[in-house]
Design a protein around this ligand. Structure first.
Ligand SMILES: [Zn+2]
Length: 139
């Protein structure tokens, strides 16, 4: 499989490592939105949230708590966006699950993805869509 993040995990491609444990690796995004833009990935290949194991997802979540604290202590951002994309239609570029941690500075422009206009939706349509989703969730 020709996966750039798997190659980073194996050490075949270098990275600027931020944090590592037996399940996850965190490293600097080399196309950063901002200084400190960090990616956290499971070491085991999974394309996205549809595929990642519960164990690896938990490990990523716990690592994100450590790394975000490190970003806060090191860079003192005004906020940190945690962003995770699933599928090419959501602009996922590398098809190996990754969580972006994106520090925000006080003079930064608004992140487009988090700056949408808040306007009330159609309550009937919202209810119907929520029911449609909840009725097919498998536990
Ligand atoms: Zn991979």
């Amino acid at each position: 499989m020709d996966c750039i993040f798997c190659k980073i995990v194996k050490g075949e491609i270098p990275c600027f490592k931020v944090y590592e444990n037996d399940k996850v690796l965190a490293f600097a995004d080399i196309n950063p939105i901002n200084p400190g833009h960090t990616l956290i990935i499971p070491k085991a290949h999974a394309e996205n949230l549809y595929e990642i194991s519960d164990e690896d997802l938990t490990a990523v979540a716990l690592a994100s708590k450590l790394v975000i604290q490190g970003i806060k202590d090191a860079l003192d951002p005004i906020g940190v966006a945690c962003l995770q994309l699933n599928g090419k239609g959501a602009n996922q570029v590398v098809m190996h699950y990754h969580l972006h941690l994106i520090p925000r500075g006080k003079d930064d422009p608004e992140l487009p993805v988090s700056g949408w206009e808040l306007k009330p939706g159609d309550m009937k349509a919202i209810e119907e869509t929520a029911k449609k989703i909840s009725s097919v969730i498998k536990q």
